[in-house]
Design a protein around this ligand. Structure first.
Ligand SMILES: [Fe+2]
Ligand SMILES: [Fe+2]
Length: 212
């Protein structure tokens, strides 16, 4: 049976952005094992995505952005290793996990032709990083009372993810003009809000919170 969250309204900010209610994180208490397993997979995927962008970015993009993206990829691998260590310390196995619907549904709205496709993929990564940052912070808050090491882990990850979203936006703005990037970013954020409103709640970082 899928977990059922206590009822709480999902909020939407004036910009149309989905604001995750604190109750979403409270409903994750007791699900540390599921969350940690998923976190390991998320970090590995984040590192792979950053590496793929390094190969796809035009070489004319300023060299500093190639370096930032490389550093981001390394940081995701450090997160992956740290998550694996935490799994081991808690006697939890690292195993397979089915993909969540979040990324697939988010990517359904991306352009299909270049260079807009590359920019949209970079901006989708920015949206995912920003959502991760928001939810990791919430998890750090709610686990602080019962599981300080886990809360510290989430707070450390959140601090890094807060830098990754802006990096992806900056890289996108090196591919297409800034005003085009701003508009496409806003469109993707609105799409992500709709995706989250439609997804069911689950013990996953990017699960939904359906309005009751
Ligand atoms: Fe990460
Ligand atoms: Fe990240």
């Amino acid at each position: 049976m899928p977990p059922v969250p206590p009822s709480a309204p999902a909020e939407t900010s004036p910009s149309g952005r989905f604001v995750t209610p604190r109750a979403w994180a409270e409903a994750q208490l007791g699900a540390a094992a599921e969350l940690l397993l998923e976190q390991a997979h998320l970090e590995k995927k984040a590192a792979a995505a950053a590496m793929q962008f390094l190969f796809r970015l035009p070489v004319q993009v300023p060299i500093g952005l190639h370096r930032e993206l490389s550093a981001l990829a390394r940081e995701e691998l450090v997160h992956f290793e740290r998550t694996l260590r935490l799994l081991g310390q808690r006697g939890l196995a690292y195993g397979p996990q089915p993909p969540s619907d979040y990324a697939g549904k988010l990517k359904a709205a991306l352009a299909t032709t270049m260079p807009e496709r590359l920019v949209d993929e970079l901006l989708a990564s920015a949206v995912i990083e920003d959502r991760s940052h928001e939810r990791l912070l919430l998890l750090a808050e709610v686990f602080a009372a019962t599981d300080a090491p886990l809360a510290d882990f989430y707070a450390d990850l959140a601090a890094a993810e807060s830098r990754h979203g802006p990096t992806y936006v900056e890289v996108a703005a090196a591919v297409l003009p800034a005003d085009v990037v701003v508009a496409r970013h806003a469109r993707l954020r609105a799409h992500e809000a709709a995706v989250l409103h439609a997804l069911p709640f689950a013990h996953r970082l990017h699960s939904g919170w359906p309005e009751s």
